[in-house]
Write a protein that binds this ligand. Sequence first.
Ligand code: NDP
Length: 474
Amino acid sequence: MAAHQEKKPGERNRKNAPNGSRTPQVQWGRAWEVDWFSLASIIFLLMFAPLIVYYFIMSCDQYQCSLIDPLVDLLTGNKHLSDIWNKTPALTYRAAGMYTLWVAFQVVLYVFIPDFCHKFLPGYVGGVQEGAITPAGVVNKYEINGLQAWIITHVLWFANAYYFHFFSPTIIFDNWIPLLWCANILGYVVSTFAMIKGYFFPTNATDCKFTSNFFYDYMMGIEFNPRIGKWFDFKLFFNGRPGIVAWTLINLSYAAKQQELYGQVTNSMILVNVLQGIYVLDFFWNEAWYLKTIDICHDHFGWYLGWGDCVWLPYLYTLQGLYLVNHPVQLGTANAVGILMLGLIGYYIFRVTNHQKDLFRRTNGNCKIWGKKPEYIECSYMSVDGTKHYSKLMTSGFWGWARHFNYTGDLMGSLAYCLTCGFDHILPYFYIIYMTILLTHRCIRDEHRCFSKYGKDWKRYTAAVPYRLLPGIF
Ligand code: NDP
C-alpha cells in the first residue's frame, strides 16, 4: 500500500526542529498546510493565468500589443467580449498536428537517444547523472541529453525551413494562437494526470505530499518526481522541453516574420535572439546542474510546473520578439551596445554565482572561489527516515555579497530583453515585472524552506549574509 495511505495527510513525519531550534517546524520540502493567502493566490492563478496569457497574445493579434486598447473598447461598449473572441483564431487540425508532432519528437529525443554530446564536448556534463537527495532520502538518476535535443531540433529547423523548404520559418508565428489552444490542452492534461497519478500510482509514495486542499495539491503538485518507466521524468522533460527548446525557435520565427514583413531584421530583434539564445543554451549546457535547482529538487509536479512549462513559459517569455514583429524597433548604436552590456553583465553574474555554488557543493568546499578557499557555515538537517545529513552554506564569493545574487544577475538580463523594445508599450516589460515578483517570492519561499531544513544554522547564515538580492538595500 502507498505510504500516503497509511497516515492522515498532514500528520505524517512531523519532527521537532532541526538543530534544537525552538521555532515550531514542519518537515522541510513543500508546505503541509495552506494559509489563506496562498490559497487565494492559487485560486486566482488557476482562474486567471490562462486568461492573462490569452489577453497578452490576443492584444498583439488584434491591438498591436496595446494592453489598454482592448479594455477601452470593452469599457466604452465599442466592442463586446464576443467580438474579440470571434476574431480569435480557433484550434486547427494543422496546429494540432504540428503540436503533436513537436511534443512527440521531443519525447523521442528525450527517451530514446542517449546523450553523445558529453563524449566530444570538453567540460559538458551529460549522460546519466544523479539528482539531489529528496526529503524521503531518495537519489534519482536522470538521462541528461537536453543539449543534444536542442542541437538536433535546431539543425532540423534550419534544414527544413531554409534548405528543403518543407515549411516556412514563420510557421510558429503564423499558427501562434491555434498552437496556444494545443499547449493549454497539454498543460491541463499533464497536470490532471499528475494529480491522479499522485493519488493512485505514485512513483515514490514517501515523497508525495497532501495538504487536504484540492486546489493547492492540483497547483503545487503531489508527487515530487513523477515518472513513467525508469527514465521519463515529468519535471526534467516539461521543465526543459518542449518549452525551453521551443523558446529559441519561437524567437527565430519572429525574426523570420520581421524579415518577411519589413524586408529586414532589426537590431533589437537580433539582440533578443542573441541574449535569450545565450540563456537557453546556458540552460542546456548546465542541465545537469539544474537538477540541483529549486524547480527540480524542491518543487512538486503540479499545474504550476505542468501548465506553466507548456503555456506560460513559451508564450510569455517570448513577448519581446512578438512585440518587435508588431513594432520593429531599430536601436541607436549606443543604446544597442548599452543593452547588450547590461544583458551580458547580468548573464555573467547569473552564471558565475550559480557556478560558484555548484563548484562549492560538488567539491564539498575543497575548491577556490576568487582565488581563495571558500568560507562557509556548517549545517545539518534530517530526512524523513530520521537520518541526519550534513551540508555547507557558502559565505564568500558572490554568495557573500547577497543570499541570491544569481537572481540579481537574472533580473539584469531580463531587464535587458525588455529594454530592446523601447518605451512605447508596457507589454514587453511584463517579463521583468513578472521575474521580479517570481524571484522575490522565490527568495522568501526558499528561505522559509531553508529555515525549516537547517533551523538555527540558517539563522547563523542570514546573520553572516544579511541581504537577499542587493547588498545594502534588500
Ligand atoms: P538557487 O540556485 O539559488 O538554489 C537555492 C538553494 O541553494 C537553496 O534552497 C539551498 O539548497 C542552496 N543554497 C542556498 N544558499 C546557499 C549557499 N550560501 N551555499 C550553498 N548552497 C546554498 O535557486 P534556484 O534553484 O531558484 O535558481 C537557480 C537559477 O535558476 C537562478 O540563477 C535563477 O535566477 C534561475 N531561475 C530562472 C527562472 C526563470 O523562469 N527564468 C525561474 C527560476 C530560477 P540546499 O537545500 O541544497 O541547501
